[in-house]
Design a protein. Sequence first.
Length: 580
Amino acid sequence: MNAPTGTKSAPHAIDSAITWGIAAVAVFALLRAVRLAWLCDDSFISIRYAENFADGLGLVYNAGEYVEGYTNFLWTLMLAGAAAIGASPVIAARYLGVLFYAALAWVLVAQSKRFAGASAAPFFPIAAALVLVSDDFHVWATGGLETMLFTYLATHGLLLTRSSGYRPPRPALAGLLLAALVATRPDGLLFAAAGGLSYWIPAAQLSVRERRQHALWTALPVAAVVAVGIPMKLAYYGEIFPTAFYSKSVLRPYASQGLTYLGLYLVKSWYLPLVLAGLFVFRRRVAAAASGAARRDAIFFAGAAAVFAAYVVEVGGDFMFARRLLPATPLVFLAIERWLAPVEPRRLRFGVAAAVLVGAALPAPLYGGDSVRGISGVFDERRAYPPETIAGRARQGAAVRDALAGTPVRAAFEGGMCVFGYYSELPYLVEVTGLTQYSLAKRPLAERGRIGHEKAPDAEWFAENRIHLLFKRDLPPLKPSQNPAAIDEIRFDDLARAQILHYEDAVMDPLRDRPDVHFVPIEVAILRAAEQMVQAPLPAAERIYDQLDRYYFRTAGARGEDAARTLRAILHRKRVQRRR
């Protein structure tokens, strides 16, 4: 019997209620993402690259030094575009990801409607709902990195390979999105390969010829990006892979750490293992209810997610909790949606969905309180960079920038100080874990540790690269110096301190008259050394001289030679006395 005129049918009313519910959850999710908006330390590497590119210096970290120290080419270009039109790339990095988070949710809702229309099943957007209620998506909607752009491109690109009809524009559009994915991050090739294979597990009936045609439409844009990108990288950087490929030792498996990374994610998202276990236990009942298209979709989504997760495990995951696994998570949600959508009775289906959503909205408090502690080298990165930390690093950078402006300083900074590096605006900077230097990133790996923080320079590397100052990661206000007389320490008020690795007059002389900069002038250091050498036995005196020789004399020219001559005379007298 037809529904009475002027009233809604029950299914239509339910679909309408679900649509309004999803809209309300989306508003909440986007507002929470904006409220949590933050920037991680590594994002300031991409921001410096973007600003240099917008300023005409090239896609470089240091002018004239061609190193691919970012892994998010397309994202960096977007930030450069913001800088080029006069917008702040810092603000763009903070909020641009929210747009892609919204786009991800929209695509998932639209796909659920298409699934419903294709199978005459009710509208059931559980994947979109899970993305919108999940804490990790709220956190990584910002962060300053390409995480949400990458996740959106992977999800939308693969969804287009599952669309009904398969008209040429859809496979071609899928190829364009997957090509953009590869241009965003190299590991997008895994999803791009899955996109090509998708047509061989089709949702609709396709002939072998059609499968080949659609796979070709999807593969061509990806192949074009690879074919153009590799020669361009070789010509510009002299390398195919970015520094992170080497600094994280991608070719050296670290599955034990990767399993820890995955395990932590599943502990926090405790509902996911339960849902997947339930689907496995009741697989026959679920499979009997699902259409062939739904089963094939679920198998494809789950398989693509599993392959990417296996890659993340193999390379050791990351030190940033959840970030590397998020791109695969919407595919897991889609697999769950496709398995549950046809389950009858409807009350059971919606009951299971409600339970899953409640579980997603109540993650385990893995990183509780305000602690920034890590678990097995994996950190809740947002807690490590609250606004006051970012502000402190910015003040450090500004103080150092003002003091060292116009000097030929070559500086390095310890890990976790990319914010400082950006705001210091120093012309030559080195991040010591190898993110901005191939020579550091490619150093031999002695032992496995915290992913991305296993490489470090030694005294020889600093000397070969003529690094003057190594900035320490202490946050302001600094504690009083434990050894104010140390000749190798420089302090910028109570804001920043550095180790003087190589004293150069052109760098240090302009700082002598600044009341906010404190260090031991070289003539005082030499006078103290002379006094110590006179009192010390010959071996100790030789060590004192060798230290000053590396620290100053070797590159100080005539000015250093005069002082060195005095100290060498002390050594000569001691050697003569010893022979007597």
